[in-house]
Design a protein around this ligand. Structure first.
Ligand SMILES: Cc1cc2nc3c(=O)[nH]c(=O)nc-3n(C[C@H](O)[C@H](O)[C@H](O)COP(=O)(O)OP(=O)(O)OC[C@H]3O[C@@H](n4cnc5c(N)ncnc54)[C@H](O)[C@@H]3O)c2cc1C
Length: 441
């Protein structure tokens, strides 16, 4: 794999440069088969098309709709990547895959993806929180870009074609779809979290970690804030086992959502699953004020005749402050003068560590993923190739890699499939030719 992303044009790679041994046994068939026309499968096809290998590729997609998840992603806008260009910082957004992705992100990361999309004429915009979207605000823009690059480069895409069996023969693989038997020397399984793709991986000898939901909202037992649904504030949230997550917290009809909750759901996806999504959690409603600072703030209010709820002006939404006082059996309309020091201190410590009982979860509609999939110690991360079966590659969500929300899950799909494309190109084209072409740019 060359160190720099190559955006070389197809014409740079004449078919005569293909290694004859890889090609000879495959007359009448396509030597490269990609299973799944999702984000990862289509991006690998597009990069291979850019590298001049499009006519060697067959993409098999089980549904009638390629890139269906890309279309619905980001609420129909597709949060395609994130404005995070440092590989180490980028890795910190991945609860699973953090260590393994460092090398790959040094070679192809968000910056390279942005460059690639812009090289295809796609206008992008970065929102305040760092999420990157197409300026059109339409995920169709990204789907069109992937599909056009692949098909114009000669890639064949067969819809309604589900791969059901995979068997390694001497040099080639035999694939059985719902329509036909096919042979190929190079296979990319980019089937997302779909069980049929995981079955193919198991058939080829891979260990799988069971699929478990990540990125979800919390239901809370006896939830007292239903009437406050829609309020968002900065808070910290944690369970008994891990560090707190900080960020915007959204009150919903059933419990909590928003970035702080989604991050916690991703980092503790396995633990939440093990408890059946029933576990104690705590919220610090005022994470920017220390306990001592809050105690002093409340005790100082005793010198004023104003109602106690005004103590929280500027630091908590008024309706939430009122609800929290009600739950603490403090009359929000009375003056702090009438509260004992002890009661105010108890209130302060409760506001810093308010207990809840999680009691179930809801899917976050804007973005969700599953963790689990192919065990990462079975993958060579220079090529995203199986260590068990040569020329069998994996990219995207099928790997036991997932990220917090923000465009990072797609970035895993882009980075892994870019590496697969480079590795396959390396096998088909001699290294020197690939490097020479990328140096010419
Ligand atoms: C509602 C929603 C919104 C999201 N929004 C975002 C977002 O804005 N930003 C972000 O970074 N991430 C987002 N994600 C996550 C992101 O969509 C996934 O991480 C990404 O799509 C994974 O890409 P993939 O190619 O690995 O899998 P997929 O996109 O799931 O593609 C897999 C493809 O393989 C096909 N397939 C499966 N099995 C077979 C088989 N046996 N034979 C043939 N074909 C097969 C499937 O039909 C599918 O088309 C969102 C997810 C959801 C559900």
């Amino acid at each position: 794999v060359n160190d720099q992303p190559s955006l070389a044009h197809p014409s740079n790679f004449p078919s005569s440069s293909l290694k004859s041994n890889t090609n000879s046994a495959l007359i009448g068939s396509k030597p490269i088969v990609i299973i799944g026309a999702g984000a990862a499968g289509l991006f690998a096809a597009a990069i291979l098309a850019d590298l001049g290998l499009g006519s060697k590729i067959l993409v098999l997609e089980k549904t009638l709709k390629p890139a269906a998840k890309v279309l619905i992603s980001g609420g129909g806008r597709c949060n395609v990547t994130h404005n995070c260009f440092d590989p180490r910082t980028l890795c910190s957004h991945y609860p699973r895959g953090q260590r393994e992705l460092l090398g790959p992100f040094k070679r192809f990361n968000c910056e390279h993806m942005i460059e690639w999309l812009e090289s295809k004429g796609i206008d992008l915009k970065t929102e305040e929180d760092g999420r990157v979207f197409p300026s059109s605000n339409r995920s169709q823009t990204i789907v069109d870009c992937l599909m056009t690059t692949a098909t114009k480069g000669g890639v064949e895409i067969k819809l309604s074609s589900s791969v059901e069996e995979l068997k390694q023969l001497d040099v080639n693989y035999l694939l059985q779809t719902n329509h036909e038997n096919l042979f190929a020397s190079h296979i990319l399984i980019a089937s997302g979290s779909h069980p049929s793709g995981l079955k193919l991986a198991r058939l080829s000898g891979h260990n799988l970690l069971p699929p478990v939901a990540s990125l979800f909202s919390f239901h809370v037992e006896n939830f007292p804030f239903e009437a406050l649904a829609g309020i968002s504030l900065h808070a910290s949230v944690w369970t008994s086992s891990k560090l707190a997550q900080h960020g915007p917290l959204l009150i919903t009809h059933w419990g909590f959502s928003g970035p702080a909750i989604l991050k916690l759901s991703a980092w503790q996806a396995i633990e939440f699953h093990q408890t059946g999504y029933k576990t104690p959690l705590w919220i610090d409603w005022l994470p920017t004020i220390s306990l001592e600072g809050l105690e002093q703030h409340l005790l100082k209010a005793k010198s004023s005749t104003k109602s106690i709820v005004t103590v929280f002006d500027q630091i908590l939404p008024k309706s939430l402050a009122k609800a929290l006082l009600d739950l603490s059996e403090i009359d929000s309309s009375s003056s702090a003068q009438y509260c004992s020091d002890k009661k105010l201190k108890v209130l302060a410590s409760k506001l810093k560590k308010w207990p809840f009982m999680m009691n179930g979860k809801s899917t976050h509609k804007q973005e969700f993923v599953t963790c689990g999939g192919i065990a990462l110690d079975e993958i060579n991360f220079k090529r995203f190739e199986s260590k068990i079966s040569p020329r069998l590659f994996f990219a995207g969500e099928i790997l036991n890699i997932d990220a917090v929300t923000g465009g990072f899950n797609f970035q895993n799909a882009w980075t892994s499939s870019w590496h697969v494309a480079q590795a396959i190109a390396d096998d088909f084209i001699s290294n020197s030719e690939v490097l020479a072409t990328s140096l010419e740019r």
